[in-house]
Design a protein around this ligand. Structure first.
Ligand code: IMP
Ligand code: MG
Length: 179
């Protein structure tokens, strides 16, 4: 385990299992269609790649970079679109792939934006959910794992752009972000 971590929340093997289940849920829901899967960068990148590869349904891929944090561990409220999608979402079944739903601000922002652009349907799959931190009432349609009010890193999730390439997810020691 990385020295800055307090404990491991999900091992590589546990992540693989969760990904498989989420992919099966999507396959059932989207059978017979070709949805557009959107990765909300950068946090969801690892989850996204594993998830779409575990799906049987033919999906198209697109990417959007959204930034909400600066380098603190508290969300700034108004997520900023840093890089927009390449494809049109008009009349498409959109699958939004998120790393974690925390305050819910990013999710609401994405939903309003993509539905406003004429998406036919909007389905959110999140690797993590932190329900106790919600500031706006939204929910992912599918979330793999629920956690309390802890700051986690790894498998795409960062603190100040670090730890994203850890292959597992762990709780960051408080002394790292409270110093
Ligand atoms: P929200 O807009 O507050 O729901 O959260 C948006 C983003 O904050 C997520 O997509 C993550 O990138 C980031 N985030 C929230 N909680 C954590 C965490 O525990 N670790 C790392 N990033 C987090
Ligand atoms: Mg982040």
């Amino acid at each position: 385990m990385h020295k800055d971590l307090e404990s491991v929340v999900l091992t590589e093997a546990e992540i693989a299992q969760k990904v498989k289940r989420a992919a099966a849920w999507l396959d059932e829901k989207f059978a017979g269609t070709t949805p557009l899967a959107i990765s909300v960068l950068k946090g969801s990148v690892m989850f996204f790649c594993d998830l779409v590869r575990a799906m049987q349904t033919p999906v198209q891929l697109d990417f959007m970079t959204v930034s909400s944090y600066g380098s603190s561990s508290e969300s700034s409220g108004m997520p900023k679109i840093v890089m927009d999608l390449a494809a049109s979402v008009k009349d498409r079944d959109v699958i939004l792939v998120e790393d974690i739903v925390d305050s819910g601000n990013t999710l609401v922002r994405m939903r309003d934006l993509l539905m406003g652009r004429g998406a036919k349907s909007f389905t959110v799959v999140a690797l993590f959910d932190k329900p106790s931190r919600r500031k706006v009432p939204v929910k992912a349609d599918y979330s793999c794992f629920e956690i309390g009010d802890e700051f986690i890193v790894g498998y795409g999730l960062d603190y100040a752009q670090q730890y994203r390439n850890l292959p597992y997810v762990g709780i960051l020691k408080r002394e790292i972000y409270e110093k």
